[in-house]
Ligand binder design. Structure first.
Ligand code: ZN
Length: 409
């Protein structure tokens, strides 16, 4: 019955299209060169809609001067250079962003009765992803240049969090030329995606832990330089209400570029370095001093939690190891604490009920990036990965329908 209903629907749609073409006002069709184009009759085109294949013949116009051609009906229906209707492209993009393209093809067959090749889903999903990226970057530019026309309403007393982190995505060899990596021979297999998120916190849960506002998390991300990413993060924060936020917190894992972005774009924010990364660095220091089984002394952790980095560094660096290599490693670790000392006032943060961990963005790296882009056997092009990342960030920020609404307008 469902199949019959779809076929009937496709038939009705076909008649509607013919009727629409017959009653459309005859407009003058101009060429890019300014010449008036002349009608050359109709040309058939395969058109796949969510109801199935629909027969479609549309007027073909050509410029006699420069031989360029146009299909005005295709332009009005948003099907220029494609045989998939916008509704089908939306399904292909969503399916291809959620799972591997072969799986996506099976999903579309099962859920929507559409037979589509995996490589077509790949092509269209990446195409739509690039349109999403375009839409986002136009908005980004507008927001940064002119501000928002309607600023979002933050709940009174909400704490505003900005958090970002990097995660490696496996890419093709050609994307790695001249890049240093973490492999034993110094080569690289991955490129770093920078992922950022914005969320708000109103209060504490029953156990007294800071609690995120449900559905308040939005994501941005790309394989790009930290400078470009800084602007992307900044625009997203503005869009979410940075301008009216009373308390702004930046949560990172303490890499150097984290501080640059924070100082450049969020100078008024409280910058917190993830406490759990800091614990790991304590363990590393203990291992350098006392061997691979060592754990960090309780006294160090107490000093760290109190935010007394000066005494922590003095204590841990009291007796430097004699081997030059170990000495160098330990000094590097001490440097991490010295450089990030201003972001480690954990006692104070706890008193103010702030989050002190970057768990939200780390979970984002797994769900937004890892689950789709880091499966075994995958080798992405940077262009393809960025398109799928844009799609996933858009969907997981609850903005995919906004994109289609804007696109259709
Ligand atoms: Zn022309």
């Amino acid at each position: 019955m469902l199949q019959a209903a779809r076929q009937g629907g496709a038939g009705v749609l076909g008649s509607l299209l013919t009727h629409w073409q017959g009653h459309a006002p005859r407009e003058i069709v101009l060429c890019e060169c300014g010449q008036r184009m002349t009608s050359q009759g109709r040309r058939a085109k395969g058109l796949l809609t969510t109801l199935g294949a629909v027969p479609f013949r549309r007027s073909f116009y050509q410029c006699e001067q420069c031989r360029q051609s146009r299909f005005p009906d295709d332009e009005r229906l948003d099907i220029v250079n494609t045989t998939y209707s916008p509704g089908v492209r939306r399904l292909m993009a969503r399916a291809g962003s959620q799972t591997q393209f072969e799986q996506a093809a099976q999903d579309l067959l099962c859920y929507a009765g559409l037979h589509i090749e995996p490589r077509e889903i790949e092509r269209v999903a990446e195409d739509v992803g690039r349109q999403v990226e375009q839409w986002l970057s136009e908005q980004q530019e507008q927001i940064v240049q002119a501000g928002l026309s309607v600023p979002p309403q933050l709940k009174p007393g909400a704490k505003f969090y900005i958090s970002f982190d990097g995660t490696g995505v496996p890419v093709r060899k050609s994307e790695l030329v001249g890049r240093k990596g973490k492999q034993a021979d110094g080569s690289a297999r991955t490129r770093e995606v920078k992922l950022g998120c914005v969320f708000t916190q109103l209060g504490l849960d029953k156990e007294g832990h800071p609690q995120r506002d449900p559905d308040s998390t939005t994501y941005v991300g790309a394989i790009e330089s930290s400078t470009l990413f800084g602007w992307r993060m900044y625009a997203e924060a503005l869009r979410r209400g940075l301008g009216q936020a009373q308390t702004v917190v930046v949560l990172t894992d303490g890499q150097r570029y984290n501080r640059t972005i924070t100082q450049t774009h969020f100078p008024g924010a409280v910058h917190i370095v993830d406490l759990f990364h800091a614990y790991e660095h304590l363990t590393l220091m203990a291992q350098i001093l006392w061997g691979p089984q060592a754990e960090s002394p309780k006294a160090w952790r107490t000093l760290l939690e109190a935010g007394d980095i000066k005494r922590l560094v003095a204590k841990a660096g009291k007796d430097l190891p004699s081997s030059p290599k170990a000495k160098k490693s330990l000094c590097k670790e001490l440097g991490y604490f010295e450089n990030n000392a201003s972001c480690m006032h954990y006692a104070e943060y706890r008193e103010k009920d702030f989050f002190v961990g970057s768990g939200v963005v780390e979970a984002g790296c797994r769900t937004v990036i890892g689950e789709r882009l880091k499966q075994s056997g995958m080798h992405w092009s940077v262009r393809g990965a960025n398109a799928i990342i844009a799609l996933r960030c858009c969907i997981m920020s609850g903005r995919f329908e906004d994109f289609w609404a804007a696109h259709t307008r």
